[in-house]
Design a protein around this ligand. Structure first.
Ligand SMILES: [Zn+2]
Length: 320
């Protein structure tokens, strides 16, 4: 496949009731085993609440694993077109309440990227939400651009930071080919209905020798395996659950070579983090929030790791 062709759309079929059945996004097979059955199948979905940057509703759809390649994904799932529409609408004050912590995380991330690709250049952030990463990169001299499907968050970020945030998906924008030194996907790929198509699009944007940066929640990580169904990232907002092996395969298939894969520590305010611990233990979450408030620690920016994995991959000059 040449760089100018786009990947074929994901093989899917409608099931009715707003659901669709999809084939494996990595190898195309329709040969999977169920890891977790649907939970509360009669739940009435609030699509706009579920599909937002700060979404953390419990995963209610079945999680399956491809027997051929090991990719774990939600199937059946809400129709992709409905998911994309839900992301574009609604507001997300919960997400933007944490921008100060994200700015700090991203400042460190930009410095790390500069170690892998010395100097600065042009950078594009896909699914940039409120643009905190774009702001952090611009502050270090990068020429930045980005896109975000949610109208409210994109407008909020443009106003706060004065960075360019194009509203919509990456497929909605006409961008110059092979023009970017770095393209980033921070906590985005697991939300997209068709990750192979996204990475294919990214390959067309990154200069040969340039970097693709991905951060994703790794279901093969020690903490994900230890927590099982209580792993906080196991949420209806995530459609795909990569391991290091399946992420490597996805990127290599699209002409990237892995440069680095490592645990990625992020920061959030302590009270926000503990509120999300309700999935692991409601009682511990409630009491620890109370204690944090008593000691005046609720707003403290707190490093945490529950399986987030940072990947840097270099675009090869020639297709394999
Ligand atoms: Zn597969």
């Amino acid at each position: 496949m040449s760089a100018t062709q786009s990947a074929p759309p994901l093989d899917s079929r409608e099931l009715g009731g707003g659901l669709e059945y999809v084939a494996c996004n990595l190898c195309g097979a329709d040969d999977s085993e169920t890891l977790y059955d649907a939970r509360e199948p009669d739940t009435v979905r609030d699509m706009v609440r579920t599909f937002r940057a700060s979404g953390d509703d419990l995963l209610i759809d079945p999680l399956v694993c491809c027997r051929r390649c090991g990719l774990q994904y939600v199937n059946p799932r809400p129709r992709a077109s409905d998911i994309v529409h839900a992301y574009s609408t609604g507001d997300d004050p919960t997400y933007v309440s944490q921008v100060a912590s994200r700015e700090r995380t991203f400042a460190g991330a930009v410095a790390h990227i500069e170690k892998l690709l010395p100097g600065t250049g042009r950078l594009f952030d896909i699914g940039t939400a409120a643009g905190a990463f774009l702001a952090a990169a611009r502050a270090r001299g990068w020429e930045v651009d980005g896109c975000e499907p949610n109208r409210w968050t994109a407008a909020w970020g443009s106003t706060r930071y004065g960075v360019p945030i194009r509203q919509g998906e990456i497929f909605d924008h006409d961008l110059p080919a092979s023009a970017f030194d770095v393209v980033t996907l921070w906590d985005v790929i697991e939300h997209t209905p068709d990750p192979s198509r996204v990475i294919d699009r990214v390959r067309g944007l990154v200069k040969p020798g340039g970097l693709l940066i991905v951060n994703y929640p790794d279901i093969g990580s020690s903490i994900a395996r230890a927590l099982g169904r209580k792993w906080p990232f196991l949420s209806s907002v995530h459609l795909y659950y990569f391991t290091r092996q399946t992420m490597r395969r996805l990127l290599e298939r699209h002409g990237f070579e892995i440069v680095e894969m490592r645990p990625h520590i992020q920061r959030l305010e302590l009270d926000y983090l503990l509120s999300r611990g309700v999935m692991v233990s409601p009682r511990v979450s409630r009491w620890s929030r109370l204690v944090a408030r008593l000691f005046g620690l609720a707003n403290r920016q707190t490093p945490y790791w529950i399986g987030q994995t940072f990947v840097a991959a270099r675009r090869l000059a020639l297709q394999p």
